[in-house]
Design a protein around this ligand. Sequence first.
Ligand code: GTP
Length: 240
Amino acid sequence: MSYKRILLKLSGEALMGNKKFGIDNERLAQYATEIKDAADAGCQIAIVIGGGNIFRGIQAEKGGMDRVQGDYMGMLATVINSMALQSALESLGVETRLQSAIKMEQICEPFIRRKAVRHLEKNRVVIFGAGTGNPYFTTDTAATLRAIEIEADVILKGTRVDGIYTADPEKDKTATKYETISFTEVYEKGLEVMDMTAFTLCKENKLPIIVFDMNQKGNLKKLLGGAKIGTLVEVEHPVS
Ligand code: GTP
């Protein structure tokens, strides 16, 4: 196992599968199976999931809604996805705990870092809902913040592309994939890995990022087993 403790960031949109809105049960079950396999292999797993399949704060703002209001609605959407994932994992017999950055004690635990770490030590999958609990921050930033707080070895960003490319592979057929890339290179080349707040937080706290295709069956477990999957954004070590 190359990583003992990971923070897995999943996108809300990915949960839609081929649907236009909401949660696709097949995709949800697939993700739960992948996560179970990784947990069974001995990895401590924390998860942050987005909410874009249900509500997007930024788009709501374009439609005239107050940004802060929209962001809070987006945070609630992440809790809905987190609850769905928790159920799917539990139906496979995986022990889970859901912690929310916004208190809703009838539904889940509040976010308490020390408790989250204890849960991980007991091999429970910990899902963090409601982003950072603050407007103007993305779930990528929430994932990064939580990863640093729980001292995860790496943040795994599951996407629908299999890594970071020289250009958008869905638009430019000549684009090639990086196996590894440094934080500085990502920045200098203007590649989109995460939003700047999240990216800078990773860089400053020396938290490596792996971008990989979560929809490819078995990828998560293979990656944790040391296979070269996706793109690794490496922490730079000063030349001595
Ligand atoms: P340890 O005792 O440390 O092993 O952890 P534990 O999570 O089993 O203990 P705890 O007694 O805190 O939790 C028991 C169950 O209650 C777990 O399913 C928790 O997720 C749940 N739980 C704990 N705190 C809260 C809360 O504030 N709200 C909700 N809804 N559930 C909670």
